[in-house]
Design a protein around this ligand. Structure first.
Ligand code: ITT
Length: 198
């Protein structure tokens, strides 16, 4: 089956690709020559995941692809920090303003958390899936804590600041496979794959 991942984030695509079984061919937005940015205007992570998947599903109706696409899905993710009233959450990508910038986001987060000893947080991914018969959502959440300084070189986004529960390393200090096997995205993708294998 040909599954189109409606994301322009190369790191997300790499993580999702690594969890796809051989019978599912993962396509990206470049395979349908889509290069625009989809405005994420919903008020929730669920809403933005749905909005991105629906946008591309509808785009394909008007711009049919040469490759047969069986289904489309999108991933919207956010970091939720309890001491910040669960911010940045749905605003994670642009926490430090436009244009989106991972380093500026991490810097702002550390500033907001300065002198804060309550460090617990969670990462959440919602995958929105559409095919001609149905719409489904799959959620993945991993609990953890915020580091006091960026640590590690791997990963992307907030990975240098997030320490998953049960570990002492940040996501950026863990190797790719370890992060992917426990992460918010990994959990959501495994649910999607299970659904597709039923
Ligand atoms: P899309 O094209 O898929 O929308 P995006 O990068 O805009 O890509 P999101 O809106 O879901 O994706 O991202 C929210 C923010 O959270 C963004 O700043 C990411 O860098 C960050 N993020 C998402 N997943 C992450 C992960 O696994 N580890 C660290 N940061 C992550």
């Amino acid at each position: 089956m040909n599954l189109l991942f409606a994301s322009s984030n190369k790191n997300k695509i790499k993580e999702v690709q690594a969890l796809m079984p051989a019978h599912i061919k993962l396509l990206g937005l470049s395979d349908i020559n889509f290069t625009e940015e989809i405005a994420e205007t919903a008020a929730t992570i669920e809403g933005n995941a749905k909005l991105k998947a629906e946008f591309i599903w509808n785009y394909l109706k008007e711009h049919p692809s040469e490759i047969k696409i069986d289904a489309v899905f999108a991933d919207d993710s956010g970091l939720e920090v309890e001491a910040l009233n669960w911010a940045p959450g749905v605003y994670s990508a642009r926490y430090a303003g436009e244009p989106k910038n991972d380093e500026a986001n991490n810097k702002k987060l550390l500033t907001e958390l300065k002198l804060q000893t309550k460090r617990n947080a969670q990462f959440k991914t919602v995958i929105a899936f559409i095919n001609k018969n149905s719409y489904q959502q799959f959620e993945g959440i991993i609990k953890g804590a915020m580091a006091y300084e960026p640590r590690g070189k791997d990963g992307f986004g907030y990975d240098p600041l997030f320490i998953p529960q049960g570990y002492r390393s940040t996501f950026a200090e863990l190797d790719f496979e370890t992060k992917n096997s426990i992460s918010h995205r990994g959990i959501a993708v495994k649910k999607l794959v299970e659904y597709l294998s039923l």
